[in-house]
Design a binder for this molecule. Structure first.
Ligand SMILES: CC(C)(COP(=O)(O)OP(=O)(O)OC[C@H]1O[C@@H](n2cnc3c(N)ncnc32)[C@H](O)[C@@H]1OP(=O)(O)O)[C@@H](O)C(=O)NCCC(=O)NCCS
Length: 184
């Protein structure tokens, strides 16, 4: 079962990452050095939490193995808007882990912290990320032209968002499904 928690010095130890090359998995990251990985776990992921955002490791609750990363960035504290980003390690893909983490973070951000909007921006060619956003109940708002860059160059981005109303709709939907199941 995947769980979300803070990065720490042990997150990337070989037994935690299942013997895979260490380094937080990410789409645009250059290969991580051992020092770079250590810095991410103990300093960088935490310093982001002081203003721009916050970053978590996704690990397997039973084995402690690193599965991925999820975090918030570009936080607008006045407007109560933040942007989610995620990646799942190649060895853990195909189980919907990013969607589950996104649902958890979205709920935490809005219910526990009163935020009004969470954004996700995916390159138009990144279908896995777009499916992830939809599975996490984000709404597709449209295309941001030439707004992103990946290794291959500049790309259009698809903007997805979650608001408190979306969470409420999802809750109502889940309740009515549960009630239907009870009456079977
Ligand atoms: C995006 C990412 C986090 C999703 O990982 P994941 O949680 O394991 O997601 P899954 O592999 O379970 O896929 C989620 C959905 O996308 C679909 N999908 C996956 N790859 C796909 C592809 N290449 N084309 C079309 N659909 C795809 C899956 O079928 C699944 O939908 P389903 O449950 O209805 O079958 C992962 O692919 C990743 O880390 N990519 C690199 C980093 C990245 O792009 N981050 C997002 C930046 S915006």
């Amino acid at each position: 079962m995947p769980v979300i928690g803070p990065w720490h010095a042990g997150t990337l130890r070989p037994s935690a990452s299942g013997g895979q090359p260490s380094g937080p998995p990410g789409p645009n990251a250059q290969p991580y050095t051992r020092q770079g990985s250590a810095d991410w776990c103990t300093k960088i992921s935490h310093s982001l939490g002081t203003g721009d955002g916050i970053h978590f490791a996704i690990v397997d609750a039973n084995t402690d193995r690193l599965l991925g990363t999820v975090g918030l960035k570009k936080t607008d504290w006045r407007g109560l808007v933040s942007e989610i980003g995620y990646s799942v390690a190649p060895w853990a893909r195909g189980r919907g882990i990013a969607a589950e983490a996104t649902r958890t973070i979205g709920h935490w951000l809005m219910v526990d912290h009163g935020f009004q909007r969470m954004e996700l921006k995916a390159a138009t060619g990144n279908l896995a990320s777009q499916w992830t956003a939809l599975k996490a109940c984000l709404q597709r708002e449209g295309i941001m032209r030439n707004a992103g860059f990946i290794h291959a160059g500049r790309v259009d981005l698809v903007l997805f968002t979650l608001t408190p109303d979306d969470l409420k709709s999802q809750f109502d939907h889940d309740q009515s499904r549960a009630n239907t199941a009870d009456h079977r």
